[in-house]
Design a protein around this ligand. Structure first.
Ligand code: PLP
Length: 362
């Protein structure tokens, strides 16, 4: 190491878990590796989206325009008042800004666990105390979550469908949970995967939002809308919450190509939703195939499936890796496999069969 030592960071930072991005897969026998570790869209982008983004790159000498145009398009599309929509460079960024604005030092942030791995990192880095509440049967336990809410709780994070288990909550359970939360506590309903779940959940969340001032419904363009690499997220919330987000936001993180890509995606929404349904059908095929091999897979409402293999997780991931497929392994807990194109899912089923046969040591 060169030079003198730097000062230490805040003590909370030293103990943060690190975010582990999904790894790429190595090519195998003349075909590319299959990356099923990051819940991305597997389809080639529609030409219209690529062209819209490419055209916006020509203006890259300028700072991006505000995200207003995209916010207005979203407001029109979902029938929301424009002042209740916020956009940013990814829903992760919105989440960080919400925690910065509402969950600083002294606050508790409650969430089911295991859930999206960014939750404890973002809560801790904003100085709040993360309060994880164990899942029951791979599902978020809303009763336990409600009991974990204390006078110090400022934010509850609820991923529905949950990542990595794929399980979803019934909309009436979510509504009952939301209505009993104290008004001093913000509920962030993170619906990153809602386009792969039950269609009613989408509209019901927005209806509930119009009733509850402490509810934030958060969505992303990274999954069904295929723009993970561009970073576009949005949320709808009470105008005061939107104003707080604007107060802490770093300007310009939503780039012009990202905004152009998202607007083009909204114009192609029918086609992108049709593609999501192709993945829903593939998810069913993959789940059935895994069940036939005797593996447990809880019903998924997202673009991935979860195998709670416990100590067998690393062996399963190794079998996938040997088959040229990268998956997301949580050692000792389970493996999350993104639903891909048919041939990708077939490779997973073959790797799973090899794992079950014991061809790969656990
Ligand atoms: C539950 C959940 N929320 C939020 C995100 C972040 O999405 P974005 O790409 O919009 O930052 C993810 C990404 O995987 C996720 O799984």
């Amino acid at each position: 190491m060169r030079g003198t030592s730097p000062p230490p960071p805040r003590s909370a930072i030293a103990h943060l878990p690190s975010y582990v991005p999904g790894t790429p897969a190595a090519p195998r026998e003349g075909r590319p590796g299959y990356k099923l570790s990051s819940n991305e869209s597997p389809f080639a982008l529609p030409e219209q989206m690529v062209e819209a983004m490419a055209a916006a790159c020509g203006e890259a000498n300028r700072y991006p325009p505000s995200g207003r145009e995209l916010a207005l398009r979203l407001a029109t599309r979902y029938g929301l008042p424009a002042e209740e929509v916020a956009v940013a460079g990814g829903s992760l960024e919105l989440l960080r800004d919400l925690l910065l604005a509402y969950g600083g030092p002294g606050a508790e942030v409650v969430y089911g666990w295991r859930s999206y791995e960014a939750y404890p990192i973002l809560a801790g880095s904003c100085g709040a105390r993360p309060v994880p509440v164990p899942l029951v049967d791979q599902r978020i336990d809303l009763a336990a979550l409600a009991r974990a809410v204390s006078a110090d709780t400022r934010v509850v994070l609820l991923a529905d469908p949950n990542n990595p288990t794929g399980t979803a909550l019934a909309p009436d359970e979510v509504a009952a949970f939301a209505r009993q939360l104290p008004a001093t506590c913000l509920l962030v309903l993170d619906q990153a995967y809602c386009e792969f779940g039950e269609p009613e959940a989408d509209g019901l969340a927005l209806e509930l939002r119009s009733e509850l001032g402490n509810l934030v419904v958060m969505r992303t363009f990274s999954k069904a809308f295929a723009l993970a690499g561009m970073r576009v997220g949005w949320c709808t919330a009470h105008p005061d919450v939107v104003a707080s987000l604007e107060a802490v936001a770093i300007p310009f993180t939503l780039t012009a190509p990202a905004q152009a890509g998202a607007i083009a995606a909204l114009e192609l929404e029918g086609e992108l939703r049709r593609r999501a349904q192709v993945l829903v059908a593939e998810r069913q095929r993959l789940t059935t195939g895994l069940h036939q091999l005797g593996l447990e897979v809880p019903p998924s409402h997202a673009n991935f499936v979860w195998l709670p293999l416990g100590e067998g997780s690393s062996g399963f991931a190794a079998a996938c890796s040997q088959a040229g497929v990268s998956v997301r392994c949580f050692a000792g807990e389970g493996v999350r496999v993104t639903v891909g194109l048919r041939e990708e899912n077939q490779a997973v089923l073959e790797a799973a069969a090899a794992y079950v046969r014991g061809a790969i040591p656990g």
